[in-house]
Design a protein around this ligand. Structure first.
Ligand code: ADE
Ligand code: ZN
Length: 336
């Protein structure tokens, strides 16, 4: 995909990025070798060729399988550094990074191993690339709520490094209400709240209504099915609850990028943002996702800049950083 100079240089904020979903096949081989793990493939190309997802569960199978090479703090550091290196030339300025602690603790890798590795990369990325970042800890919704609660309590010593909590993995049969007590406790502990409402999942609208009214999230990951209920669209527009949409990811797990829904929702006053979700699996980082919307949606550069500003608005960055990022985007557009 050819990235336009405007898209490439636009200062960007990423709010929906699973760090485990940035594991490129080349690094997978490197880590497998370092850790003495035999992969069921001979080359990175074979790994890529095996990615034929057509829904969320088929993607999740490959995603969890890929993580088995992540064992040490250095592995998590290398994973995150590879990500930062990839997006620095795309002018990524700030990222809130999802990580899935239970996908590691359930394999015997400690929370401390995961967090210290990621944290080291975050500090280095700030110095080396000028990219600011924060962590959002996601619970796996297909595991029991008790395990999520135990993970939440285990995370408390690391609170200064964790901005908020989210909910991901297989949504079908695992509604938000299952985690109401966990999210209430997370809020009481000072964590900010977000949750996945994946695209075109059975009962999606009910889950979206529940995350707004029952859980009280600050934003929703994906969530574009909300267009089916104009009353709910009005509620999130009024309350400034944003949606983190992932156009290229959508093409793999549903029937299209949902670019038209992004345009409709923006028109209705919703703060929608563009994000990459699991770029190593879906084949597009932040700039490719902006470009996809530019190409398919035939939108103006001004509209793309608005989406970048939406991400600043609904991000959980400190006010000073938000003001700086807004200034960078405004200045960029004025000079373009
Ligand atoms: N885990 C990683 N990416 C995810 C997604 N898009 N939806 C649900 N769980 C995920
Ligand atoms: Zn996601």
């Amino acid at each position: 995909m050819e990235i336009s100079p405007f898209v490439l240089g636009l200062p960007k904020v990423e709010l929906h990025l699973h760090i485990e979903g940035t594991l490129e096949p080349e690094l997978k081989f490197e880590l497998a070798k370092r850790n003495g793990i035999k992969l069921p493939f001979d080359t990175p190309e074979q790994v890529r060729a095996s990615y034929g997802f057509d829904d969320l569960p088929s993607f999740l199978d490959a995603y969890y399988d890929g993580m088995n090479v992540l064992l040490t703090s250095d592995d998590f550091y290398d994973l995150a550094m590879a990500y930062f290196r990839k997006v620095a030339p795309q002018n990524l300025r700030y990222v809130e990074i999802f990580f899935d602690p239970q996908a590691h603790t359930s394999r015997g890798v400690s929370l401390d191993t995961v967090i210290t590795g990621l944290r080291r990369a975050q500090v280095e990325a700030e110095q080396q690339f000028g990219i600011s970042s924060a962590l959002i800890m996601c619970f796996l919704r297909d595991f029991q709520a008790e395990y999520a609660m135990a993970t939440l309590l285990e995370s408390l010593p690391y609170k200064p490094w964790i901005l908020g909590v989210g909910l991901d993995s297989d949504e079908n049969g695992n509604p938000p209400s299952k985690f109401a007590a966990v999210f209430a406790r997370a809020r009481a502990e000072g964590y900010l709240l977000t949750m996945h409402c994946d695209v075109d999942i059975p009962g999606s609208i009910d889950n979206i209504a529940s995350v707004i009214t029952e859980i009280g999230v600050a934003r929703i990951d994906h969530g574009t099915n909300i267009v089916e209920n104009p009353g709910l669209v009005k509620v999130i527009a009024e309350r400034g609850i944003g949606l983190t949409s992932c156009p290229i990811s959508n093409t793999w797990v549903s029937d299209g990028s949902k670019v038209e829904l992004v345009k409709q929702l923006v028109e209705q006053g919703v703060k929608v943002t563009l994000n990459s979700d699991d770029p190593a699996y879906f084949g597009g980082y932040i700039a490719e996702n902006f470009q996809r919307v530019a190409d398919e949606g035939k939108v103006s550069d001004q509209f793309l800049a608005q989406l970048a500003l939406n991400a600043v608005d609904i991000s959980w960055a400190p006010a000073v950083l938000k003001a700086q990022l807004r200034g960078e985007i405004d200045e960029y557009v004025a000079k373009a």
